[in-house]
Write a protein that binds this ligand. Structure first.
Ligand SMILES: [Zn+2]
Length: 115
């Protein structure tokens, strides 16, 4: 259950931002989660509900997940392709000289304040 660990990191960061900005209540946190990150979105939101409701400023606060499609770059033929479909092997030239451009994100994108 490493999602719970991630949730604690998110809560710590959100609380820090809230304190710096003198905000008392947060209504929504939006996360960028890459398609090939190890985070399972529905486990993340389940853990979030459990943990966030224990925090005064996060009671009822919603966690939204913005999925980032994974894209891989091929160094041999200089094209990019969908990581989920083809994995490490370039569908164009069958090279394995490839690296992930994006899709591994686990980041806070937005923090919305309750009004
Ligand atoms: Zn290629």
């Amino acid at each position: 259950m490493h999602e719970l660990g991630i949730v604690f990191y998110i809560i710590r960061d959100v609380k820090k931002v809230a304190e710096e900005n003198h905000v008392e209540q947060i209504s929504t946190v939006v996360m960028d989660i890459g398609e090939v990150s190890t985070v399972v979105p529905h486990l993340l939101t389940d853990c979030w509900r459990w943990a966030a409701d224990k925090e005064e400023m996060l009671k009822g606060c919603e966690l939204k997940v913005n999925t980032i499609p994974a894209v891989t770059w091929c160094d041999d033929c200089h094209t990019q392709y969908e990581t989920i479909k083809f994995g490490k092997t370039c569908p164009n030239c069958h090279s394995e000289n490839t690296w992930l451009l994006r899709g591994n994100e686990v980041e806070i994108r937005e923090i919305r304040v309750a009004t």
